[in-house]
Design a protein around this ligand. Structure first.
Ligand code: GLN
Length: 481
C-alpha cells in the first residue's frame, strides 16, 4: 500500500471543467489518471466492484471533441465519477453488494445517474457497499470489505464505503452514495471527505435498489463542499418517475456558498455530546464550533429530547420497510436462483437462503416480526409515533437555529472485524445520523480535524427541510480552516 493521502490530489470540478474547456487538460487524461490510481490502489482498498474502462474512455473522448469544437460544456463535463452499486446504470452490473443480484444487468438508468451523464460526467464504474446498504462498515458486502485509505486495517464506514474511499484515495473526483440512516455522512466522516444527505424528496430515488423507501436518499461525495454542492445541483429536482420527489425548485447552491456564517444561529444539542462520544472527536468538534463562533456565528443551545429513541425507532421502521422491499428477490425475476429445488416454494426458499447474507436475513426477520399481526401496534405503529416526535424536536430546534452542529459519528474509523460479532455495537455507529433520516431533513458531513493517530473526524451540519444552501455555507467556513 503506497497511498499517501497528501499526495492524492485530483483537480476540483471547476478546475477540470475549465481546464477541459480551455484545452489545458483533457477528459481522457482525467479518466486515465483515475484508472491509474485505481490500478495502483484498488487491489488493497477494494472500492470498485466493476469498472467500465471502455465506456469511460469513449465518453471522455466525446467530451474532448465537444471542447475542441468550441461547444459550451455542461456542468460536469469530463468529471470522472463512481456510482454506489445500489443505483442502476443501463447495462452495467448492479449487485447492491449482494450475491442475490450477481449477474443482473439492469435495462435502465437511475434518474440521478442519468442527470450526471446528461451533465457530462464520465462514469468509471460501480462502487462497493454493504449488502443492500445495510451496515456501517462495508463489512456486510458479499464481495469483501473496503479498506480505509487513511489506515488500511480500518473500515471506511458504511454502507457507502466504496463511494467515500474512492474519493479519499483520489480514484474519482466525486461519487454518488445513498443514506438511509447515515450511509453517506458516516463514511464521509471516516474517510475525511464531504458527504451530503439531501432533504427527503430532493433527489429522485428512481433506479435506486430500495432498502427503506421512506428513509432512503441519494447524495454526493466529494473532496470539497463546493464540488459536493455542484453535484447536488445537477442531480436534484422533481422526477415524475418518483412519486415522493419534490416539486420544490432547486436553488443555485453556489450562489450563497461564500457568504460566511456571520448572523447565522447555529444550534448545539447536548444530546449529541453525551456518553460514548470519543474524547478526540469531542475535542475536534468543539474546537470547530468555537471557530465558527469566532467567525461570526451565534452559537445557541438547542434541545432534541427524543434523541435516545432514534436508534430503536430507526431499526423498527427500516427493517419493516426492508422486509417488504426485499420480498421481490425470490430467485425468479433477478439474479441468483438455487439449483435442484424440486418445488416452487423450495426454489424461493433456497434462493433467498443462499442469496442473502446474514445481516440482510436478520433484518428481514426483524422487519417481518414488527409488521406481523399482534406486534404491528406495539412496534411498527409505536415507532411511527416516535418518528413524529423526533421530527417535531427538529422543527422546534430550527425555530431557534438556522443549522445544527453535531459530531457525525461517535468515534473515528474503527478496525476491520472490531464490531462484526456485535450487531448492537455496529448499530450504535449511527447514533448521530439516523435522526435526520427519520425527520426528512438535510445534512452534510465535513472534515473538521484528525485524531492523534491521523484518522479523520467529521462535523455533521444538519439543516431544515430544503435548507441545503445554509448547510453548505456553514460547511464552506469549516472547510476553510
Ligand atoms: N448503518 C445503517 C444501517 O445499517 C444505515 C445504513 C444506510 O444508511 N444505508 O442501516
Amino acid at each position: 500500500m503506497t497511498t499517501k493521502i497528501s499526495e492524492v490530489k485530483l483537480p476540483s470540478i471547476d478546475e477540470l471543467v475549465e481546464g477541459i474547456a480551455k484545452g489545458s487538460m483533457t477528459a481522457v487524461e482525467a479518466v486515465r489518471l483515475c484508472f491509474s490510481r485505481i490500478d495502483e490502489e484498488d487491489a488493497t482498498i477494494h472500492a470498485f466492484l466493476s469498472l467500465d474502462r471502455e465506456g469511460a474512455l469513449t465518453r471522455a473522448r466525446e467530451i474532448d471533441a465537444k471542447a475542441a469544437a468550441g461547444e459550451t460544456l455542461p456542468a460536469l463535463a469530463g468529471v470522472p465519477m463512481g456510482i454506489k452499486d445500489v443505483l442502476v446504470v443501463d447495462g452495467q452490473p448492479a449487485t447492491a453488494g449482494s450475491k442475490i443480484l450477481e449477474g443482473y444487468r439492469p435495462p435502465y438508468t437511475a434518474t440521478a445517474v442519468k442527470r450526471l451523464i446528461d451533465a457530462g460526467a464520465v462514469l468509471l464504474g460501480k462502487l462497493n457497499c454493504d449488502e443492500f446498504a445495510m451496515g456501517s462498515s462495508n463489512e456486510n458486502s458479499a464481495y469483501g470489505p473496503v479498506r480505509n485509505p487513511y489506515a488500511t486495517d480500518r473500515v471506511p464506514g458504511g454502507s457507502s464505503g466504496g463511494s467515500a474511499a474512492a474519493v479519499a484515495a483520489g480514484m474519482a473526483v466525486a461519487t454518488l452514495g445513498t443514506d438511509t440512516g447515515g450511509s453517506i455522512r458516516q463514511p464521509a466522516s471516516f474517510c475525511g471527505v464531504v458527504g451530503v444527505l439531501p432533504t427527503y424528496g430532493r433527489v429522485s430515488r428512481y433506479g435506486l435498489i430500495a432498502f427503506a423507501s421512506s428513509l432512503d436518499r441519494v447524495g454526493p461525495f466529494a473532496t470539497t463542499v463546493r464540488d459536493a454542492a455542484k453535484v447536488l445541483g445537477v442531480i436534484a429536482g422533481h422526477d415524475p418517475m418518483d412519486a415522493t420527489s419534490s416539486t420544490e425548485p432547486v436553488p443555485d447552491y453556489l450562489a450563497e456558498i461564500d457568504n460566511g456564517v456571520t448572523g447565522l444561529r447555529l444550534g448545539v444539542p447536548p444530546e449529541y455530546f453525551g456518553e460514548g462520544l470519543d474524547p478526540e472527536v469531542r475535542a475536534a468538534v468543539e474546537a470547530t464550533i468555537e471557530r465558527l463562533r469566532a467567525t461570526g456565528a451565534e452559537i445557541v443551545p438547542v434541545s432534541l429530547p427524543h434523541t435516545r429513541y432514534a436508534v430503536p425507532t430507526y431499526y423498527v421502521i427500516a427493517t419493516a420497510e426492508a422486509s417488504a422491499n426485499l420480498a421481490r428477490f425470490d430467485g425468479v425475476r433477478y439474479g441468483y436462483r438455487a439449483a435442484n429445488t424440486p418445488t416452487l416454494a423450495g426454489m424461493y426458499h433456497c434462493s433467498r437462503e443462499g442469496g442473502f447474507g446474514a445481516e440482510v436475513k436478520r433484518r428481514i426477520l426483524l422487519g417481518t416480526y414488527v409488521l406481523s399481526a399482534g406486534y404491528y401496534d406495539a412496534y411498527y405503529k409505536k415507532a411511527q409515533q416516535v418518528r413524529r416526535l423526533l421530527t417535531e424536536d427538529f422543527l422546534k430546534a430550527f425555530d431557534e437555529a438556522d443549522a445544527i452542529l453535531t459530531p457525525t459519528a461517535p468515534t473515528p474509523a474503527f478496525k476491520l472485524g472490531e464490531k462484526t460479532d456485535d450487531p448492537m455495537a455496529m448499530y450504535l455507529a449511527d447514533i448521530y445520523t439516523v435522526t435526520a433520516n427519520l425527520a426528512g431533513i438535510c445534512g452534510v458531513s465535513v472534515p473538521c480535524g484528525e485524531s492523534r493517530s491521523g484518522l479523520p473526524i467529521g462535523l455533521q451540519i444538519l439543516g431544515r427541510h430544503f435548507g441545503e444552501s445554509t448547510v453548505f455555507r456553514v460547511g464552506q467556513v469549516v472547510e476553510r480552516r
